[in-house]
Design a protein around this ligand. Structure first.
Ligand code: ADP
Length: 424
């Protein structure tokens, strides 16, 4: 046991607690490990302390933290797992304590030549996280040639477990970063592929549409008219899908150039909603439009706002059963206008709501409802609204209905018609 005073012991415990608080705040790995070795030196009164991590490529231990004056030189070194104390602690997964190294043939002396002192006493503690052997923490030369005590070993083992957690967190963060990177690359490849394919489909589709239109006129109301109508209708559906595919890419490129001019939002909403009258009537859905008399002016691109609202309305009618209700509402709020599209349709399962605005996301349980959809309508609406500095979101309950809402900033007094840059 130790003959250390209780005050001293409590002071050391406090330092360990403080260190664990700092470590829990995260940060770059090496400064954290540096802090750990400095604390190890101080609390165990050692001349030096270091951390070496296992390097998969070489199968050796590599220094990553050591006394500041020596770390640059030590970084060049690798410690073999055989014939070294660090290697022994690592291989055998246990703390190795040597109070007098002159009796120790196992010591890896090459490091000594690089250090301004000779190793006399050592404690080597393996860094283990669950089943992973990550490296070794060492403390060397207890002050005044004293022996390392049980408390020293406990402190070093505590610090080694802090270091193991920090290393493990760092490795997880790297894995996560790489996985994100890979996903982003795949996303980009997918987007490029889709853009290419949709572009390539356009000219043959244009030809089919042109010739089918010509045949339709030639045939008039005669034979094969019905077949030609179906042909044309479905070709137009394919064209709509290709247009949908092309929008997000095109807009990303043009994102920084939005043609901004004063727009009366009341008019846009009324026009777009009116254009869905027939679609709603075909399903016996009551479509109500509630727009205030006071003109509400926003600054932006009418076509883009119309696309966003049109996509919300298309969905509201598509995902509402025959005989249902859809309400389009405009409300003026301080600094913003809020446009909402509420339906009493099938609603969205809670688990799907966070993903609903992602590109190509479709609710699995709605598969039988999908007509021409590609899971892009809401993603496009989001881009359009955010291009205007707005926000879009949804509140929905399964089997009860959904309310999609977006906010657009009101045009500030004095703003003029301009071709403005906005952040992408
Ligand atoms: P899609 O082209 O498949 O309709 P969207 O991006 O427009 O793609 O919508 C994504 C998914 O969100 C849809 O597949 C649908 O399941 C769900 N959804 C969108 N709007 C509604 C709504 N008003 N009611 C219920 N579900 C909806």
């Amino acid at each position: 046991m130790t003959n250390e005073s209780p005050e001293n012991y409590i002071h050391k415990l406090r330092q360990l607690v403080e260190l664990s608080r700092q470590l829990s705040q995260g940060g770059e790995l090496e400064p954290l490990l540096q802090l750990i070795v400095e604390t190890a030196c101080e609390l165990t009164e050692s001349q030096a302390s270091s951390i070496a991590l296992f390097e998969k490529e070489t199968g050796l231990l590599k220094f990553v933290a050591a006394p500041r004056s020596q770390i640059e030189r030590l970084r060049r070194f690798r410690i073999p797992l055989e014939n070294s104390l660090a290697g022994k602690a690592f291989r055998e997964s246990r703390t190795v304590i040597i109070q007098d190294t002159s009796q120790e043939p196992d010591l890896f002396r090459t490091v000594d030549y690089e250090l301004p002192f000779v190793t006399q006493s050592v404690v080597a503690v393996p860094l283990i996280y669950q089943d992973s052997h990550l490296g070794v923490l060492e403390a060397v030369n207890k002050q005044d040639n004293a022996h390392y005590t049980e408390e020293d070993v406990t402190i070093l083992e505590t610090l080694a477990s802090f270091a193991a957690v920090a290393v493990n967190n760092w490795m997880l963060a790297i894995d996560l970063h790489m996985a994100y990177q890979e996903l982003a690359d795949q996303d980009q490849k997918k987007a490029d592929f889709i853009t290419n394919v949709s572009r390539k489909f356009r000219s043959p589709l244009g030809l089919i549409l042109g010739h089918a239109g010509f045949l339709q006129e030639a045939v008039g109301f005669g034979r094969y008219r019905q077949q030609l109508d179906i042909l044309l209708q479905n070709t137009l559906r394919i064209k709509d899908m290709l247009d949908e595919l092309a929008v997000p890419e095109a807009d990303r490129l043009r994102a920084h150039m939005v043609f901004r001019q004063p727009l009366i939002i009341n008019e846009i909403v009324k026009d777009v909603a009116q254009s869905f009258r027939n679609a709603a009537a075909n399903k016996d859905i009551s479509l109500k439009i509630s727009v205030p008399d006071e003109e509400i002016i926003v600054s932006g691109d009418a076509e883009k706002i119309a696309i966003a609202l049109g996509n919300l309305l298309k969905n509201a009618i598509l995902y509402t059963n025959t005989g249902g209700r859809v309400l389009v509402q405009v409300e003026k709020l301080p600094g913003y206008v809020k446009v909402s599209v509420a339906d009493n349709g099938i609603g969205i399962p809670a688990g799907d709501i966070p993903h609903i605005f992602e590109r190509f996301y479709q609710v699995k349980s709605h598969a039988n409802r999908r007509l021409a959809g590609l899971g892009l309508g809401l993603a496009v609406a989001k881009i359009m609204i955010e291009l205007h500095g707005g926000q879009i979101w949804v509140e929905s309950t399964e089997d009860k209905g959904s309310t999609f809402m977006f906010l657009l900033p009101l045009m500030t007094a004095g703003a003029e018609d301009t071709l403005e840059s906005t952040p992408a």
